[in-house]
Design a protein around this ligand. Structure first.
Ligand code: PBE
Length: 268
């Protein structure tokens, strides 16, 4: 077992994800505001982060990751958020649906579904766990949709078929967004007959894309905090359809077997 301060135990590394993620910017701010001078935020991807987490958990080694809820990792492992007394990671947050300006006129049926789409962290978690367990995201989305007819009916209520029409949805390969985007795509295809083009991009291009009209919509905007910089930059060029999910959280996450509770404990 490793000994010494928490920093020494983890080589002063926080395991991050893709550089464009809001949680990366928030973590750079946390490093600054908590005075974590010796600490480094390691860039990677959602998949690399969960691989590092799996490896550490297996050996019961210490690890600090950038984590968020909803995410299957909390069902699979015993994890805890480090307290954030300075509130760097923000408070209550929602995931919003954002359309390009003009989508309402050009594709009113898809727009209606996007506007009516809303679900819960538990719903999202079911799809995420299925995908994590090895199911193809398309299949997992299809299964969730057929098992949740009532919810889906409310999303498509009043929307007319749009057979063969095309729509492009952008998303980032975060587990939460892989789940939501595939579910919405499946509903548009199965219930309305759309041809949906799913484009996986980085966070910056996703926001730029919906602002300049390259992408028709996204269901992946974490607001008001995580994507604040992107939102502020593009707010006059997009159509914010409001929250599709309430009850998210971001922060630094560690295994419960680690003997720390607050970001301030990283200074010890
Ligand atoms: N996340 C998941 C994203 C939003 C969705 C928390 C990793 C982020 O931008 O940080």
């Amino acid at each position: 077992t490793k000994t010494g301060s928490v920093g020494a135990q983890v080589d002063y590394k926080i395991i991050g994800i893709d550089a464009g993620a809001g949680i990366m910017q928030a973590t750079e701010q946390a490093i600054e505001q908590y005075g974590l001078k010796d600490w480094k935020l390691i860039e990677g991807s959602g998949a690399a982060m969960t691989a590092a987490l799996a490896k550490a958990m297996k050996k019961e080694e210490p690890i600090i990751i950038t984590g968020w809820t909803p995410h299957w990792k909390f069902a699979k492992y015993d994890l805890k958020y480090l307290e954030d007394p300075k509130g760097v990671y923000g408070g209550d947050e929602q995931i919003h649906t954002i359309a390009r300006t003009g989508l309402k006129e050009d594709q009113p049926e898809a727009y209606k579904v996007l506007d009516q789409f809303e679900w819960t962290p538990d719903d999202m978690a079911k799809v995420m766990v299925a995908v994590h367990d090895g199911q193809d995201p398309k299949e997992a989305a299809k299964e969730w949709v057929s098992a949740n007819g009532d919810k889906v009916e409310a999303w498509v209520s009043g929307a007319q078929p749009a057979e063969g029409q095309k729509i492009k949805l952008g998303y980032v390969a975060w587990d939460s967004e892989i789940a939501s985007t595939h579910v919405v795509a499946h509903v548009l295809e199965e219930k309305l007959g759309y041809k949906v083009n799913l484009v996986q991009v980085e966070a910056g291009p996703m926001w730029t894309g919906v602002a300049n009209g390259d992408v028709d919509a996204i269901v992946a905007a974490w607001l008001p905090t995580t994507h604040k910089d992107y939102y502020d930059k593009f707010k006059d060029k997009i159509d914010d359809l409001g929250p599709n999910l309430d009850g998210t959280k971001i922060g630094l996450v560690v295994p419960k077997y680690m003997d720390i509770n607050s970001i301030e404990d990283l200074l010890k």
